[in-house]
Design a protein around this ligand. Structure first.
Ligand code: HEC
Length: 167
C-alpha cells in the first residue's frame, strides 16, 4: 500500500466512526446542534489538517485546482476519442512534472507540511506516468492501462483532499 492510500484510509478511519455517532443517541435524547463552535458537529467530523496560505496564494492555488479538474475531464474526453497524444500532452503540461514551474510549485511548497508536499509530488508523478501509458495506448490500441493510470491520478487528488484543507 502506498503512502497516499494509507493516508486516505487513515482519514476514512477517522471520519467513519464520527459519521456513525448520531445513530448511537437514544431516541428522544437531547441534541444541541447550535451549542457553539467547540461542539460544532461539522468541525468535529472534519479530520483534514488546516493549512495556512497567504491570501493571494490561496486564490491562485484554488484556481489551479479548478484547472486540474478541467484537465482530468479533457484527458477523459481525449481517451474516449482515441486522441492519445492529446491526452498525454494535457496530463504532462497541466498536471505532470512539466507543470511544476507554471504552478509556481517552489513558492507554494514552503507553506505546505511535508505530507502535503509528498501528496503533490505523488500527483505530479502519477500524471507523468499517465502521459507515458497513454502514448503506449496509441501503439497497442488497448485503453485499459491508460484508464488504470488515470484512476491513479484521480486517487492522488483524493488522497490530498482527504488529508488537508486551506483555512
Ligand atoms: C497536494 C494536495 C492536493 C492535490 C494533489 C490536489 N489538490 Fe485539489 N485541493 C487541495 C486543497 C488543500 C484544496 C482546498 C480544500 C479546502 O480548503 O476545502 C483543494 C481544492 C480543490 C478544488 C476546489 C477548488 C475551489 O475553487 O474551491 C478542486 C476542484 C480540486 N482541488 C481539484 C483537484 C484535482 C482534480 C486534483 C488532481 C488532479 C487535485 N485537486 C489535487 C489540495 C490538493
Amino acid at each position: 500500500m502506498n503512502t497516499a492510500t494509507r493516508r486516505t484510509l487513515a482519514a476514512l478511519a477517522l471520519v467513519l466512526p464520527t459519521l456513525a455517532l448520531p445513530q448511537t443517541h437514544p431516541a428522544g435524547g437531547h441534541v444541541h446542534p447550535a451549542a457553539g463552535p467547540a461542539q460544532d458537529p461539522a468541525a468535529a467530523a472534519d479530520p483534514r489538517r488546516p493549512v495556512a496560505f497567504p491570501e493571494p496564494l490561496r486564490r491562485h492555488t484554488l484556481a489551479n485546482m479548478r484547472d486540474h479538474l478541467l484537465a482530468l475531464g479533457e484527458m477523459q474526453d481525449a481517451l474516449a476519442k482515441g486522441e492519445f497524444d492529446r491526452a498525454a500532452d494535457v496530463a504532462e503540461q497541466r498536471l505532470g512534472m512539466s507543470s511544476l514551474k507554471t504552478h509556481g510549485a517552489h513558492e507554494v511548497a514552503r507553506y505546505m507540511p511535508q505530507g502535503m508536499q509528498d501528496a503533490g509530488t505523488a500527483m505530479h508523478r502519477a500524471a507523468s506516468q499517465f502521459a507515458t501509458v497513454a502514448k503506449d495506448a496509441s501503439v497497442t490500441g488497448d485503453l485499459r492501462p491508460a484508464l488504470a493510470a488515470l484512476a491513479r491520478v484521480n486517487q492522488a487528488c483524493v488522497a490530498c483532499h482527504a488529508a488537508y484543507r486551506l483555512n
